[in-house]
Design a protein around this ligand. Structure first.
Ligand code: PMP
Length: 337
């Protein structure tokens, strides 16, 4: 594992917080309480939350790190492993922040083009990884914005066939199956990312977590800012885990609605990509976005190679019906038959 770690990090120690018992606490320059104990810094290791996550994921507490959204964890991974000019590779199209973060950390970035925006030739991708001498491979799986999915067997081929840190960003995994979180102790170079922003539907608290073997976790903790996850997020995160029944019900609803929306888009001839996430990418056109906006409906349009494509999130039944109705009306008005 050591061979992957940035030189600067090899000499660092993780920030240690003094958590001895006390009757008077005057060691951290905190203020006088006026709001429910929030004068205190939060638990640096988020012990309660990590314990609860350990139960849910069946991973050891020492194999988990929580962060301010999975975005923070992506940054921590780059800070731990990526030296300037080293390559991060992913698929294309994918989540745009991978490239942006890589650029911020002075790395180089290359995306491997998916066939028809959905299929990945794994053997060829493995060759691409080795040709680029990638230090880090990062894959959104399911993939944002295409909704496509790379099967677990293929991820294992990548893990076996490449000498890079392999980050599997499972932000949308709850809408699919085939997580690789159970493999973190089989592959020393595997990191799995999860978020509370999608299926758990608490994007407002900015909570994500990372699972990897203890050795990786120890190095990443060296670059983590002290107290990175605030007290309120730690508390609501626990509540979200406690509310798994509501969360699961909503996941089921979204999956049903996803089928319905996909079929409607398909019937309109808009080539929706089969989705394993809570959104669908389809071929609209340049004007559809503005048309929907005129009704106060926001969807995501893209430029570049995805010009004309629209990504629509699966919302409530009423929201989805409305969007489908407007898209249908747009195409009927455009070319009435
Ligand atoms: N990864 C992927 C693939 C995403 O789509 C997103 C959010 N759009 C994130 C990570 C970031 O999520 P978070 O809210 O946990 O920072």
């Amino acid at each position: 594992m050591k061979k992957y770690v940035r030189k600067a990090v090899l000499d660092l120690k993780a920030y240690e917080v003094n958590d001895a018992g006390y009757s008077i606490k005057l060691d951290a320059n905190e203020g006088i309480d006026w709001y429910d104990g929030l004068n205190r810094y939060p638990d640096n290791q988020a012990v309660k939350l990590v314990k609860a996550l350990s139960d849910v994921t069946e991973k050891k507490e020492s194999e988990l790190i929580v962060g301010n959204g999975s975005s923070e964890l992506i940054e921590l991974i780059l800070k731990t492993f990526l030296e300037p000019q080293e390559y991060v590779v992913s698929i294309d199209p994918t989540f745009s922040m991978y490239k942006i973060f890589t650029t911020i950390y002075n790395g180089k970035y290359e995306g491997y083009k998916l066939v028809d925006n959905q299929y990945c030739d794994i053997e060829d991708f493995i060759e691409f990884i080795s040709k680029m001498k990638a230090k880090i491979v990062i894959l959104s799986n399911p993939n944002n914005p295409t909704g496509s999915f790379i099967e677990k067997e293929s991820i294992e081929k990548i893990l076996k066939g490449s000498d890079a840190i392999v980050v599997i960003d499972e932000a949308y995994i709850e809408f699919s199956s085939g997580s690789v979180i159970d493999l973190i102790n089989e592959y020393e170079n595997l990191i799995v990312l999860r978020t509370f922003s999608k299926a758990y539907a608490v994007a407002g608290i900015r909570l994500g977590y990372l699972a990897a073997n203890e050795s990786i976790v120890k190095y990443i903790k060296r670059v983590k800012s002290p107290y990175n996850l605030n007290a309120i997020s730690q508390e609501i995160g626990l509540k979200a885990l406690d509310s798994i029944d509501v969360v699961n019900k909503n996941i089921e609803l979204i999956k049903e609605e996803r089928e319905k929306v996909w079929k409607s888009l398909y019937k309109l001839g808009l080539n929706p990509i089969p989705s394993y996430a809570n959104f669908i990418l389809f071929q609209g056109d340049d004007k559809l976005n503005d048309y929907l906006k005129s009704f106060g409906i926001l969807v995501r349009e893209f430029g570049g190679d995805l010009k004309g494509y629209i990504r629509v999130t699966i919302g409530t039944r009423e929201e989805n019906d409305k969007v489908i109705e407007k898209i249908g009306r747009y195409y009927n008005e455009k070319c009435p038959n």
